[in-house]
Design a binder for this molecule. Structure first.
Ligand SMILES: C[S@@+](CC[C@H](N)C(=O)[O-])C[C@H]1O[C@@H](n2cnc3c(N)ncnc32)[C@H](O)[C@@H]1O
Length: 332
């Protein structure tokens, strides 16, 4: 008999799957876990097993969900030395958060959410089927605007939803600065990396940013991130006055190996105090990358908790350069 108590969530699920045990319960357990992990602080289902019984093709475990003996993995981070302003989750905010008055004049963003449609360059329409949620969008918007971030990047542009929030934030903080007489001559820049922008997405992402009057803030690199990111890093390293990124939003290919490469390069491309937002952490591949960061890269990328959309996107601040010894590894 195998003791499941000390296995992490994924190993536990894999084990149960391999044993062809009744699937429903494990997914229910995972659902329940995902919807409460930000309040109960449990990142693993390492519950104490109170009793178990087994039949010819079934097993039943009674676990202690209330146990306080468990050390939560998701602790509030120690005070950050490099601390950008990070908004915390507004309690009880509704999904209509996009009603926020200060973005109502971004008619492109508004139209997409109201009509659930995107408009292609030839005027035809299709369903608005891919893009970050308003909650995630406003999180990006707030972080960029409040910190006056001027160099940002995203992996994955699609219809341009995240790019619209980020470029709008750049426009708005510039306007704030002008109003207070502190206008800077530097035009903030947001880079989108997406190999499929002109093919699969028919250039709608780039066009949407242009339609919103934000073109001067935006550049597209139409390539896969595993080629574009090392090139950008190499260019920065060769620059006598290198400027690292303030924020990188990772929302590209959601397979583990692609995501972990995006995270690896992001760690090297961010300035100290820079912010990584990793989207779609509920996807298995992205979740594994998330687990890797919190277990292995915590000396460098600190998880921000609580943060406004942490059920679906994790926010990290780069607090130090990577200084792990060559053979460092923690199971994740
Ligand atoms: C979930 S969508 C991004 C959504 C976008 N951030 C938004 O808010 O609308 C994922 C994107 O990743 C892009 N993608 C797929 N493979 C990629 C790769 N290897 N490198 C970079 N982007 C990739 C896809 O073309 C797609 O546009």
């Amino acid at each position: 008999m195998r003791d499941l108590e000390n296995l992490n969530l994924q190993d536990k699920l894999d084990y149960l799957k391999a044993k062809k045990l009744k699937n429903m319960q494990k997914w229910e357990l995972k659902e329940a876990h995902e919807s409460t992990w930000d309040t109960d602080g449990l990142a693993d289902l390492s519950f104490k097993v109170l009793s178990e019984s087994h039949g010819p093709n079934w097993s039943r475990y009674l676990v202690d969900l209330e146990s306080t003996a468990m050390e939560p993995v998701r602790k509030a981070p120690a005070k950050l030395r490099f601390s950008p302003k990070l908004p915390t989750a507004p309690k009880g905010s509704s999904d209509k958060i996009w009603d926020r008055i200060d973005l109502m004049y971004n008619s492109v963003l508004k139209d997409m959410f109201v009509s659930h449609q995107v408009v292609f360059p030839d005027g035809t329409r299709d369903k608005f089927h891919s893009g970050i949620s308003p909650r995630e969008g406003f999180h990006l918007y707030d972080v960029v605007r409040q910190n006056k971030f001027s160099k940002t990047m995203e992996v994955g542009c699609a219809f341009g939803t995240s790019a619209l929030y980020i470029c709008q934030a750049m426009h708005d903080w510039q306007k704030d600065s002008c109003a207070s007489g502190l206008a800077s001559e530097v035009i903030p820049q947001h880079v989108s990396i997406d190999p499929n922008q002109s093919t699969q997405w028919k250039s709608v992402g780039v066009l949407n940013v242009e339609r919103a009057g934000l073109k001067q803030y935006h550049t597209l690199i139409e390539d896969v991130s595993y080629l574009a990111l090392p090139r950008i890093l190499s260019d920065i390293r060769r620059d006598p006055n290198p400027k690292y990124f303030d924020l990188i939003f990772v929302d590209g290919m959601h397979l583990f190996d692609y995501t972990i490469l995006d995270v690896f390069y992001t760690m090297h491309l961010l300035k100290l105090g820079g912010v990584l937002v990793l989207d779609d952490i509920k996807h298995e591949g992205v979740y594994a990358a998330y687990r890797f960061i919190v277990s292995n890269l915590e000396g460098c990328l600190k998880l921000c908790h609580p943060s406004p959309c942490e059920r679906t996107a994790a926010t990290f601040v780069k607090t130090a350069q990577d200084s792990r010894p060559w053979d460092f590894h923690r199971k994740f």
